[in-house]
Design a protein around this ligand. Structure first.
Ligand code: TYD
Length: 209
């Protein structure tokens, strides 16, 4: 990957962890402070990747197929959106990235992590987020929040045990990359979580004007 100037920040957590609310708040605060931002999501972020997202979220398929689709989407997303934005010096905020593949397809569905690591290396080269905020909540709390919020997609219909495995998957990714992945206690109030998030973002980007 070519030299990057901008910062790449990703947001992770099980479904219902509350990350979307906080991404919006971070984006609003950074744009108000004059940052050039690209806000995007995975799977998705390009026309091709959004097609793949629709297929993945609504069509039954095995975990290897899921992983191949999500990494295909990621490849297109990196080469057409993320890498050019970072080269311009923009800050990229991305709702989920490769840690989700390790957590969902790997820990959740039992796909071989060595295979995922191979795909990660092929698709990303040396591109990694500068900071990953992992919104950690117990699966039962996430389930209550999901039930209150919206109709479930294919992933959100999984059971508590599945989400417990996904959560453990995030935890082991954090142990492998403790300098990059920061655990945020997502069971606190929205305001408290927002403050924790702001501290981490400011540390990564420098204080906001
Ligand atoms: P999500 O961020 O939950 O979208 P929304 O909040 O709009 O429903 O992401 C969609 C789902 O995709 C989520 O359940 C996790 C799943 N996913 C994977 O299984 N592997 C991946 O690599 C990624 C990026 C997402």
């Amino acid at each position: 990957m070519t030299q990057q100037k901008g910062r790449f920040i990703t947001f992770e957590g099980i479904d219902g962890a509350g990350k979307s609310t906080h991404i919006e708040a971070v984006a609003a605060r950074l744009s108000a402070a004059g940052h050039r931002l690209v806000c995007t999501r995975e799977p998705g972020g390009t026309p091709l990747a959004e097609h793949l997202r629709e297929l993945m979220l609504h069509t039954p398929m095995d975990p290897l197929t899921e992983a191949l689709l999500v990494f295909a989407a990621r490849r297109d997303h990196i080469s057409t959106v993320i890498a050019p934005a970072l080269q311009r010096g923009d800050t990229v905020l991305c709702d989920r990235f490769t840690d989700a593949s390790f957590a969902y397809q790997g820990a959740g569905h039992g796909l071989d992590t060595a295979l995922l690591a191979w795909l990660e290396a092929q698709v990303q080269g040396d591109l990694q987020p500068d900071l990953t905020l992992w919104f950690d909540v117990p699966p039962s709390l996430a389930q209550q929040r999901r039930a209150a919020a919206r109709a479930a997609d294919r992933f959100e219909q999984q059971d508590l045990e599945f989400f417990a495995r996904v959560r453990a998957g995030y935890e082991s990714r954090m142990r492998e990359a403790p300098d990059r992945i920061v655990r945020i206690d997502g069971s606190l109030t929205t305001q408290e979580v927002g403050q924790l998030v702001a501290v981490q973002i400011d540390q990564a980007l420098g204080p906001q004007r």
